[in-house]
Design a protein around this ligand. Sequence first.
Ligand code: SF4
Length: 178
Amino acid sequence: MISTIAQQCTTDDAETFFDARRANDAIDICIDCQVMVQCRDLARAEGHLYGVWGGETPRARLDWLAEHHPDPEVRADAATEAARLERDRQRSSDANREARARKRAEKAGLPYTRPPAEPGSNVVAIPTIHQLRAQRLAQRARQLLRDGVDMDGIAEELGTTRRSVQRYLSDKYDNIPA
Ligand code: SF4
């Protein structure tokens, strides 16, 4: 890949070096390469934004480029690409967390709806099973209150304490959709 130094990796599948899922395979190849350090330094000097070079992942190199490269354009491009990778990583991690939360809710026989993102944040809040259960109890407590049941009666019906009923009747669980 570094034609000006050596071509140790050109006999391997070049795609390996540009596929994030195979980054570890690429790094294994680089580790056996005699020009690993020179390759990494050249990739940094030339401002490569993509691919594994000299055993260094694009993410690690982007961080270095964004901070140390002498060309302000390369620094800006590296910072933009690093931010894009971080957004992708965050989206993928949110999706995994949501899938797990959905599975837990299904297993517990509870409803699950994706909650809205926090205002001003791109991080999605995922309710826990505890929150989902509490929300169900809060809905039930409000219904009993509307039906004219007193606090002691609601606590008995829900198998909990008056204090918990007070909490359920507050707005604490309003933001978790049923
Ligand atoms: S260090 Fe890796 S990317 Fe660089 S020439 Fe060697 S095998 Fe190719």
